[in-house]
Design a protein around this ligand. Structure first.
Ligand code: ADP
Ligand code: 5GP
Length: 199
């Protein structure tokens, strides 16, 4: 098999834009990906599963994890901690798996600083009204949680120019095809394939 270098992909975008939906669909096209499951102190939404959507942990346990440097990055978002468990990401990259993180702008910037070769993708909705409609249609967040996420969305849009790629999620099928195309093109980069020349 051709030797290649594993890549880290970071996907950001406001809550409710459709990141989980688009990522889930795009990753069905690949077999060599590890989707990083984050830890969070927020409560599980109906239907969310421990260890699949998140590791739901308490504030004390999260803060112990920060002290023990168990997170590749972490942040406080809408009054809850969110963080990427370091060990699983590093282990999968070392095994040659591409890794995908679904994280917000502050965490993305921390990872990009440590790992400048990571590929960053920002997903936006067609407009703010549609974002609000999607947050409501998900039916999982209270009105004050939705207001907090919309306020935060405006701050997040300002960071979109720092990202390598932009996807407008007006249609799930098109957006997931665009994410698939980005992942495929990144794997054809010279730096990703050069290992084959070094054998
Ligand atoms: P995020 O992971 O960014 O918070 P989700 O994937 O949970 O967002 O999507 C939020 C809601 O929007 C879900 O109900 C999802 O089905 C819906 N959704 C996602 N993409 C689209 C789209 N292109 N058009 C309409 N609804 C969408
Ligand atoms: P939600 O509560 O809607 O699942 O996620 C809220 C926000 O937190 C989303 O923008 C999501 O990308 C981000 N997020 C999820 N996990 C992490 C993480 O491990 N680190 C950081 N920095 N953000 C995360």
């Amino acid at each position: 098999m051709m030797k290649k270098t594993a890549k880290l992909f970071i996907i950001s975008g406001p809550s409710g834009v459709g990141k989980s939906t688009v990522i889930h669909r795009a990753l069905q096209n690949f077999t060599d990906f590890y989707f990083s499951v984050s830890a969070t102190t927020r409560c599980a939404r109906p239907g969310e599963k421990e260890g699949i959507d998140y590791f739901f942990i308490g504030k004390e346990e999260f803060e112990k994890g920060i002290q023990n440097q168990q997170f590749l990055e972490y942040t406080c978002y809408c009054e809850n901690y969110y963080g990427t468990p370091r060990k699983a990401v590093e282990e999968h990259l070392n095994l040659g798996y591409n890794v995908l993180l679904d994280i917000e702008i502050e965490g993305a910037s921390q990872v990009k600083q440590h790992m400048p070769d990571s590929v960053t993708v920002f997903i936006v909705p067609p407009d703010l009204q549609e974002l609000e409609r999607r947050l409501r249609s998900r039916g999982t967040d209270s009105e004050d949680k939705i207001a907090g996420r919309l306020a935060r969305a405006k701050k997040e849009f300002e960071k979109a120019p720092d990202y390598d790629y932009l996807i407008i999620n007006d249609n799930v099928e098109n957006a997931s095809q665009e994410l698939t195309a980005i992942i495929q093109a990144e794997q054809f980069r010279y730096d990703c394939r050069k290992a084959v020349l070094e054998v």
